[in-house]
Design a protein around this ligand. Structure first.
Ligand SMILES: NC(=O)C1=CN([C@@H]2O[C@H](COP(=O)(O)OP(=O)(O)OC[C@H]3O[C@@H](n4cnc5c(N)ncnc54)[C@H](OP(=O)(O)O)[C@@H]3O)[C@@H](O)[C@H]2O)C=CC1
Ligand SMILES: O=C(CO)COP(=O)(O)O
Ligand SMILES: [Zn+2]
Length: 347
């Protein structure tokens, strides 16, 4: 095959109280009336219980599975609840969405993405990040058949989650730089439209920074729309390249080092300050934007040690040897990592 399939959701709903229209939306899409809801302990209360209430009122058969992490064990358990006529509905943060996305892909059934937080750009992407001790980067799955993002629920979620989503988007600036570098040096496949969409998604945040505030439905809507377009850039590229470069490798390295990793977007944001400085480009702009959306800008705010930063920087290029970035083929030495982190006031 010499053409690439671009997967997109068929319908996208982002707006206040849209969660209470779940059954109506499913019916308009002619989806199965047998729904499996995947959710988390907090997101059951934040969103899933309203989805269940709405579906049961409309005569749906509803099964529920609560998960605590995006592991292969949890994917296997979820798959045991899926028949050929099950509609899988992920109501929660990134881990819940990824487990629902991957299990539905393995069982070849439809999946609906219902994020309860605007914390990451996997809400519509055809990729899932399922963790095991050897791998934390994303794997191929299917895009959701529909995205239903209730901006009131997202506005009511902890502000830290919205900040993390903004940081995941701001990190697109370094991801695209890495992609362009890899295209120039290694002739990796590059898509101008995916790269432009990724940068536009980040700019939707940085050009609207004064509108990102806690508890505001409008802020939640802006971030959701940006995450949607960033996820679409991933779909167009057929890889996470437009939204994941060396700064994400730094975050994946932290996932390995830390017993309890911090929020994905927060780690990527700090990584983006460091990698922008490695490019000799305007890292203070990245830092100012992160600060303005309330995301961490240094090790202390991230809640990790200076040594964790150095170790993650040195380990980063080993995370994904097939993805060329500013870290080059051999990565960065410990002394250079210290200089970089010190000069950018990350440590
Ligand atoms: N597939 C892809 O393309 C991408 C995947 N990712 C992946 O997504 C994950 C990160 O997602 P992220 O959302 O940051 O992390 P989590 O899914 O771990 O969510 C963080 C926390 O927020 C809670 N939460 C979510 N919504 C609400 C709410 N409305 N009210 C109260 N608490 C809430 C969750 O609750 P609970 O305990 O109930 O789950 C959880 O405790 C990573 O694993 C990352 O690799 C990131 C980017 C792209
Ligand atoms: O987090 C992502 C995009 O924001 C997905 O990236 P990875 O492919 O690095 O897991
Ligand atoms: Zn990310």
């Amino acid at each position: 095959m010499n053409h690439r399939k671009i997967q997109m959701p068929r319908e996208v709903y982002i707006g206040p109280d849209v969660i209470h229209e779940t059954a109506e939306i499913f019916e308009s899409l002619h989806l199965s009336k047998k729904a499996l809801i995947i959710t988390g302990h907090h997101t059951y209360d934040a969103g899933a219980k309203y989805v269940i209430e709405n579906l049961e009122e409309n005569d749906y058969e509803v099964d529920l599975k609560i998960i605590d992490d995006a592991t292969y064990e949890n994917v296997d358990e979820v798959e045991e609840h899926i028949d050929c006529d099950t509609l899988v509905v992920g109501v929660g943060g990134g881990k819940v969405i990824d487990v629902a996305k991957y299990a539905s892909f393995n069982k070849d059934v439809y999946f609906v993405s219902m994020p309860t937080a605007a914390s990451h750009d996997g809400i519509v992407s055809p990729l899932a990040s399922i963790k095991n001790p050897n791998r934390s980067t994303s794997v191929k799955a299917n895009a959701p058949i529909a995205l239903i993002g209730d901006s009131n629920i997202i506005a009511d979620s902890p502000f830290r989650l919205l900040s993390a989503g903004c940081a995941d988007l701001i990190s697109n600036f370094t991801a695209v730089k890495d992609w362009q570098l890899a295209h120039r040096l290694k002739f990796v496949e590059y898509s101008e439209s995916a790269a432009s969409l990724s940068i536009m998604s980040a700019k939707l945040i940085t050009n609207n920074i004064e509108n990102i505030k806690p508890g505001l439905e409008e802020s939640a809507r802006i971030v959701m729309k940006s995450l949607f377009s960033s996820g679409t850039a991933i779909s167009i590229a057929g890889s996470s390249r437009p939204a994941s470069g060396s700064e994400h490798m730094f975050s994946h390295a932290l996932d390995k080092i830390l017993d309890k990793p911090k929020l994905h977007g927060e780690q990527c944001g700090v990584g983006s300050i460091l990698m922008m400085a490695l490019y000799g480009a305007d890292w203070k702009f990245i830092r100012d934007c992160l600060k303005a959306v309330g995301a961490p800008i240094n090790a202390k705010q991230l809640g990790i040690s200076d040594d964790d930063v150095i170790e993650a920087l040195v380990m980063a290029n080993e995370i994904r040897p097939d993805r060329y970035t500013i870290l080059g083929d051999n990565g960065i030495s410990k002394d250079a990592a210290y200089e970089l982190a010190h000069n950018t006031e990350v440590i």
